[in-house]
Ligand binder design. Structure first.
Ligand code: GLU
Length: 554
């Protein structure tokens, strides 16, 4: 029996050739400079921020070069697969305006290089594996888990390299007849690649981030087809898919860097040109005094769902990632505040190559506060509305029923040279403006934050004198403030802070104390946006109601 017989016994139905697929998926008709990138997540139901970072790079690279960005569903590990996981992935890309140029989703296929779902590509993988068996570069391996565990123990105790290579590659030496017999008798097997590498030789390759890298050649006979579902392993699928989909740049986590020798050997075996590799740094976080890898189990911010639930604007999140992706991004962005991140020219050389990139939520908060502060009130309104529609229906209804009023609230201290920066995420808005809505104010347990003046009679005297003698709905801001000064004087407080400071014994306090009483009496809060604007939005009747409410709480 020959290798060909073995190949036919394993894959009796495979009748296509590698050339057939090479012709079906020809080299893309694109200019040399165009990058073809792919986002290739496994459908685990969890979108890690590190994966998303890779997708951002893929997307930027494709847009920078007028290339192609496609999505590939890497679902070969059926055990890890979660129902609906592809929705999470696709929706995240959509939410961030990163819809791929080619993809397969909900039965719809866009693009000529599909199927884009690995489990639908079995026939293609089998064609490539069949060829390897025919030429003697792949073989079935019948080693059981127990045998492999035993082998590992022996290697560990004799301090040898772990793995299936050289003299440990037992099934490599099975003769074809023996192998066929085992297959016919139903013994389960995997298919392994027969490596020709020599661990004592080094290969050299160019990592786009780290430059020239030299590592030992691969000599492991890695598994290329699993026994359970006959699907390929990551390594083999990476080669077949990125070769046939004509990927030019593979952007993936740096945990794959040590596997490059395997991948290069596979590309070489098929005479195919390997893609360029961009290995992204791990995302790190500060935890007390230490810096550690962001953890899927411990850190909610490891998941992209966190940013959605918090309601960070997509632009802010992308900006925060771009600042850790390329060291010169922040400077570029400051110089080009109006430009989109897609106008920035990504450079792999400007990525961190020292094992990690520090991601800081405080930094994201600052970026986001800055971003939201520059939005128009209507855009803030729409942002909060969209967030609350999913996460806070009560607030959603209030916002929908009070559109103009809400926009006026968000307009306070906005659209000016130094706009107010108080919202880092749309989920924070309600907790900062609730007192502006009677529906929320009425039902809330009130905690009045009075500070310098706390005497109840004095507070009520201030409020009543103010409303009866000084408050006029129609006043401009300047007159309004003059009147608060007049009120201060009448009640024994200094009209100016400096007057008070010069002669503190002459006064009960100063105009600032009086303003604070009015602010807290109307909102319960010691810190609010401009009080004049707030009062303008309230109007006399609601102000009177707030004073009544205050009396009730005393
Ligand atoms: N499915 C692999 C992962 O999620 C993809 C790595 C790659 O992009 O090649 O880790």
């Amino acid at each position: 029996m020959t290798n060909k017989d073995l190949a036919n016994i394993i894959f009796p139905d495979i009748d296509k050739s590698i050339e057939y697929y090479e012709n079906l998926y020809p080299k893309r008709n694109l200019n040399e400079k165009c990058a073809v990138t792919r986002f290739a997540p496994s459908p685990t139901g969890f979108m890690h921020i590190g994966n998303f970072q890779s997708a951002v790079i893929d997307y930027v690279l494709a847009r920078n070069t007028n290339g192609v960005f496609y999505l590939r569903n890497e679902d070969t590990d059926s055990k890890r697969e979660i129902e609906g996981a592809m929705n999470v992935i696709f929706d995240t890309l959509k939410n961030y305006d990163m819809v791929p140029d080619e993809y397969e989703f909900n039965g719809k296929v866009v693009g000529n290089y599909g199927p884009y779902i690995q489990s639908e590509r079995k026939e293609i993988y089998h064609t490539f594996i069949k060829y390897l068996i025919e030429i003697g570069r792949a073989y079935p391996c019948f080693c059981t888990k127990e045998e492999l565990d035993e082998m590992r123990k022996v290697q560990e105790s004799s301090k040898r390299r772990i793995g299936y290579y050289g003299r440990y590659a037992v099934c490599r030496r099975l003769n074809i007849d023996e192998a066929i017999e085992k297959i016919k008798s139903g013994i389960p097997y995997v298919i392994r690649f027969k490596s020709e590498g020599d661990f004592d030789n080094k290969i050299h390759f160019e990592d786009e981030v780290r430059g020239r890298i030299s590592i030992p050649e691969n000599d492991q006979d890695i598994v290329i087809m699993k026994s359970s579902n006959k699907l390929p392993t990551y390594h083999f699928a990476h080669f077949v898919d990125d070769y046939l989909m004509r990927t030019t740049h593979v952007v993936r986590g740096e945990e794959w860097l040590p596997s490059v020798p395997i991948h290069l050997e596979l590309f070489k075996t098929f005479n195919a040109v390997p893609p360029k590799y961009i290995h992204t740094p791990l995302i790190l976080k500060k935890d007390g005094d230490t810096i550690r890898k962001i953890s899927k189990r411990k850190d909610p911010e490891a998941s992209m769902s966190y940013y959605k639930e918090k309601g960070y604007p997509k632009e802010a999140l992308i900006e925060s990632l771009m600042t850790i992706i390329n060291s010169n991004y922040e400077q570029w962005h400051t110089a080009n505040p109006e430009k989109s991140y897609l106008d920035f020219e990504f450079s792999a050389k400007k990525m961190s190559s020292t094992g990690g990139a520090l991601y800081d939520i405080e930094k994201l908060n600052n970026i986001s506060k800055n971003y939201i502060s520059k939005l128009k009130a209507i855009d803030v309104y729409n942002g909060v509305l969209e967030w609350s529609k999913e996460y806070d229906l009560e607030f959603y209804n209030i916002l929908s029923n009070n559109k103009d009023y809400s926009i006026s609230i968000f307009n306070i201290e906005r659209e000016q040279k130094k706009p107010r920066k108080d919202y880092a995420a749309f989920s924070e808005v309600k907790s900062l403006v609730w007192y502006m809505y009677d529906e929320l104010f009425d039902k809330e347990e009130k905690n009045y934050e009075f500070s310098n003046i706390t005497d109840k009679d004095e507070i009520l005297r201030i409020m009543k004198t103010y409303i009866e003698k000084y408050y006029d709905e129609a006043d401009e801001q300047q007159t309004w403030f003059e009147k608060i000064k007049d009120l201060s004087k009448e009640l024994g407080y200094a009209r100016e802070v400096k007057e008070y400071k010069a002669n503190p014994d002459n006064y009960k306090g100063h105009v600032g104390d009086i303003s604070m009483v009015i602010r807290v009496a109307l909102t319960t809060k010691a810190m609010t946006p401009n009080l004049y604007d707030i009062m303008k939005l309230f109007g006399r009747d609601r102000i009177l109601k707030r004073i009544e409410e205050l009396e009730k709480n005393f």
